[in-house]
Design a protein around this ligand. Sequence first.
Ligand code: GLN
Length: 479
Amino acid sequence: MEWKYDGLSAIRAVKTGEISCREVTSWFLHEAKRKNDSLNCWLDIYEDSALAQSDKLDVKIQSGEYLPLAGMVIGIKDVLCYAQHPVSAGSQILKGYNSPFTATSVQRLIDAGAIILGRLNCDEFAMGSSNENSSYGSVKNPLDLGRVPGGSSGGSSAAVAAGTCHATLGTDTGGSIRQPAAFCGLVGLKPTYGRVSRYGMLAYASSFDQIGPLSHTIEDAALILQYMAGFDPNDSTSSNRAVDTYSDLLNTQSKKFTIGVIAETLEMSGLDPEIKAATFALLEKLKEKGHIIKEVSFPFLNHVVPTYYVLTTAEASSNLSRYDGVRFGYRATDAQTIDEVYTKSRSTGFGPEVKRRIMLGTFVLSAGYYDAYYTKGMQVRRKIKESTQELLKECDFIISPTTPTPAFAFGEKSKDPISMYLSDIFTVHANLSGHPAISVPFAGHSSGLPFGIQVLGDYFSESKLLGFSRALMELTWKN
Ligand code: GLN
């Protein structure tokens, strides 16, 4: 039954009265509870509030009210606030903390009729690429239980791939929506920086963070973006540009585009040979369809990962200073002085990767090294942004694999942070420059695992990006 797969089909079935919101929600509650023991993707399943929400929606629909997302069941990453529900960023430091308010992105979806099924496991404070950094245990990839689901939004990707909800919200600071989507065979969209309000999102690196959807279909991603995007007085970096009707995708589908391929990405030494071959074959198919493929150069590829880690750790060290054992969640019980409250709460509340990044970021911002690292990092970021803008003058899109490899095994990279960091080489670019980028799932690797094709577009060009991605997906994914 299609309503069990994608949100749009469920919305239509609810609209025609074929099924009620309560029935859709009950199905997913059953699936989520049944599968979570083996996957560990849901940190909490909100049975009571999800059913109460569904009943309210059913009454409204009965009385003729139009709710564009009624019937869509979603999960939210554990960094998004939902009033009177817990939020912990996958960390012990927020254990026991309940959110007093709801994130704008979540509220807008609720107002449009979406049903919130629960909160989803993630790497602690969204720092990671495998979900192995969650203090609530790692999440399994439903397509192969011996492999990671990606990170940091690993719960968000596993929950959708396992059929326990229609779609989820993730956050993407350096690839955390696109990479898990690629590892689990899903669509994952990071919108333009500023397209979606970050109010109510627990910040990692504020000038990089964006909220976006993970889903089975482009249509669901478009619908979710449409209802959560737009200016929010509570987030001064949110854009006041009008929001397009993203779900109206058909007009761009048949257009022919100029597609840039960064030579350096396909020459990268760690790139899986099958992913490389499949990307070349896809480019040939796009040419046959009438698109123009243009090889372009982006000489900064080797600088994106170091620049990302200098700047995001700096921002993280500042953002995470608020978790002091006094204001939120966990407080060490054996502290005698106020200084001990801070140090003991932070030493036991944060996990090793978060501590590593806070220390690195503090070093980067320290008086003697600020110019050498932070200022230099900002200069390189500007170059990356300018060079990307130049490329997007000649090309409609830049295409590349989303990741160098398909999902890796547990433990394969967790002992070596550098190899883990390098797995973000294709995704951090869009966060450094602020451009929108999507991962479209690709089937056909001999391992049986999916991978992703990333399409990066110009600022606020999500309509065009989604329209092209829909056509692309017909070439990459079994329909
Ligand atoms: N894997 C990247 C990191 O560890 C990206 C994380 C993210 O986008 N939140 O920083």
